[in-house]
Design a binder for this molecule. Structure first.
Ligand code: FEO
Length: 396
């Protein structure tokens, strides 16, 4: 794949990783692969904004060479330390060892602690600028979006925002722009990315979006460090981020469960029917056979979670526990829920689930439902009514 011209003097020189299926170690699933986006700015002086993951350094350098001799790079802008974007800095700096490396103070500390090199660093703060000739770069510190070192770079004259990980998606395709790909795939990947990576920083995301809004910066293009570039309608992803960061939801319920011998499953199905009878949108998810990161994506926009598990070894089944781990770590805003499950003798499961949901910041709206062994007809009816009650409570 070749370098892609975005506008005059701005080129995508990144790499598409079609094969990666697990990201951040083994934590995040990436069924569509990803891209590592680096951007080359050509002016009187030449700047490279971010690089790519180390194994893709050769691809990036080849693309830069199509546009300009890499020895001519004057500045490398390191918006973020994480190795998927900084991995090829050491490779490019071999061509232009005197290039200045612009980053935040924490960026400098982080880059040194990753590569142990005293490069020609220049640290920047919010509002500082760098003139390339006709184009001016403006920097914005963006701590915890999503690392302490993160920053955004903005090309003033072209109204192009290069926000690194923010507004990205793990979407590895040969298409580069939002007008070239199906919108539902793009938005779904963007939501999954936000839910799994940015949710814990939602308060800071909302604050940063507000800060940008108050600055009245025109934004014609958003070119993130992963996935597709937003040029058709950059406001679409800004609005989506505002909604996600503020904990807005679509009013739906997720019934998430796992079951050993189908008893908890029958309860789950009755709860589903009960909620449906109240005309509330609801989705049934068996956690053991569903990609955990997809469940997290759905949780982001749901109103309520009803989580169930058989009681096993005084606890819950592993796939349910893993969803509860995510809830505790990600700390979604404005969610409510409750728990349920079948048990044989001790029956701690539903209580434990509710306790952990509460710890994760969810409001428990109904006493958890627990049923011994296989639910009989009256118990199935009680499960249905439990669902109805949840639906009614959500209407209030
Ligand atoms: Fe895509 Fe935080 O690295």
């Amino acid at each position: 794949m070749k370098a892609v011209k975005i506008i005059d003097g701005l080129y995508w020189v990144g790499a598409v990783d079609y094969d990666v299926r697990l990201f951040h170690g083994f934590h995040l699933t990436t069924p569509r692969g990803t891209t590592y986006n680096a951007y080359l700015i050509i002016d009187d002086r030449i700047a490279l904004v971010d690089t790519v993951y180390g194994p893709f350094a050769g691809e990036m350098i080849e693309k830069i060479r199509e546009v300009i001799d890499p020895k001519k790079i004057d500045y490398v802008i390191a918006n973020h330390v994480e190795t998927d974007h900084s991995g090829a800095i050491k490779d490019i700096l071999k061509y232009c060892p005197r290039a200045k490396v612009f980053c935040t103070q924490r960026g400098q500390e982080g880059l040194f602690k990753h590569y142990f090199e005293n490069w020609n660093f220049q640290t920047v703060k919010t509002g500082e600028t760098l003139s390339l000739g006709k184009k001016t770069l403006q920097f914005f510190e963006a701590p915890y979006l999503h690392w302490p070192d993160s920053m955004f770079t903005y090309i003033q004259e072209d109204a192009v925002l290069l926000p690194n990980d923010a507004f990205g998606q793990h979407y590895g395709t040969s298409e580069r722009f939002d007008d070239e790909v199906p919108e539902y795939v793009l938005m779904s990947e963007a939501q999954k990315y936000y839910a799994n990576i940015l949710t814990p920083f939602s308060v800071l995301v909302a604050k940063k979006l507000q800060e940008i809004k108050e600055m009245n910066l025109p934004i014609k293009i958003i070119a993130p460090s992963h996935g597709i570039i937003w040029r058709k309608n950059p406001q679409k992803i800004i609005t989506a981020y505002q909604q996600w960061a503020n904990g807005q939801n679509d009013g739906s319920v997720l019934v998430i469960y796992d079951s050993m011998w189908k008893s908890t499953e029958s309860i789950a199905r009755q709860i589903l029917e009960g909620i449906l009878s109240e005309n509330i949108p609801v989705k049934l998810i068996r956690s053991a056979v569903t990609d955990r990161c997809e469940v997290v994506k759905d949780i982001l926009t749901a109103r309520a979670l009803v989580i169930g598990s058989s009681t096993v070894n005084r606890g819950v089944l592993p796939s349910v526990s893993s969803i509860l781990d995510e809830l505790e770590g990600l700390r979604f805003r404005n969610k409510v829920g409750t728990a349920f499950g079948s048990y044989g003798w001790s029956g701690e499961g539903p209580g434990l689930i509710a306790e952990r949901m509460k710890k994760a910041g969810l409001e428990i709206i109904a006493e958890p439902l627990k049923i011994k062994w296989v639910p009989d007809e009256p118990e199935l009816k009680a499960s249905y009514q439990f669902g109805q009650k949840i639906g009614q409570l959500l209407k209030k």
